[in-house]
Design a protein around this ligand. Structure first.
Ligand code: NI
Length: 226
């Protein structure tokens, strides 16, 4: 399941994030790639210890926390602190690769990457190319979203970033370990949750809504690994 998360960052948060990234000391993205990915990776990343990193990560995590769809769709157990990258100039593409299963950061946090997330930070009209192409098993999806929007997708999908031919593309990217490892179970829970919201919107509270909410939580109890 590929899910678009509209407006993870509002206009003020987006302006602050892009200002912080304006004159960032970008480093070669290959520094953090696994062996297969390194051969096809050609972008730049913000060093994790850059002074602006903490504020940038907090902006993204805060946006996720407020988002109406993120928790229900991801059922997050752990989130790897968001990272930031830039495509442009001679560092302008990332060929087909799969993300590592086990991820860690400098603080010693270690997680299984169940979901990948890319948060777009640049206006899509300001650059050409740069689509995130996700091979989801039934074809490919080409993703290029308005600044502030994110896409959430299973980390098990091969994906790539098309070469940029104009402008620069700034983004944040990170991985999530979910309380529910199985994508199909996660999808069923998300759909049930969304249908429950709609049931309540149309008909208000009822014994049926309560009973179905019980099913949701009992399935989550059965399938989650807190
Ligand atoms: Ni990737």
């Amino acid at each position: 399941m590929l899910l678009r998360l509209p407006q993870v960052l509002d206009a003020a948060a987006l302006a602050r994030a892009t200002a912080l990234l304006q004159d960032a000391p970008w480093q070669d993205g290959r520094a953090t790639a696994g062996a297969q990915a390194r051969a096809v990776k050609n972008n730049q990343q913000l060093p994790g210890d850059h002074p602006a990193s903490a504020e940038l990560r907090a902006l993204v995590l805060d946006g996720l926390q407020r988002h109406p769809l993120f928790f229900s769709a991801a059922l997050p157990k752990k989130i790897l602190p968001p990272r930031f990258n830039r495509y442009g100039g001679a560092s302008n593409a990332y060929g087909a690769h799969i993300d590592n299963a086990i991820l860690h950061d400098a603080s010693g946090l270690r997680l299984r990457g169940d979901l990948s997330c890319t948060l777009f930070l640049s206006d899509p009209a300001s650059y050409d190319g740069g689509e995130l192409v996700i091979d989801h098993g039934f074809g490919q999806e080409r993703v290029k979203l308005p600044a502030g929007d994110a896409v959430l997708y299973p980390a098990s999908h091969v994906h790539r970033v098309e070469p940029l031919t104009r402008g620069q593309r700034l983004a944040s990217f990170f991985w999530i370990e979910s309380l529910v490892r199985e994508p199909e179970q996660r999808r069923l829970l998300f759909e049930l949750d969304m249908n429950l919201l709609e049931l309540r919107r149309q008909h208000g509270e009822s014994a049926l809504a309560t009973a179905l909410t019980g099913h949701y939580h009992n399935l989550l109890r059965l399938w989650s690994q807190p």
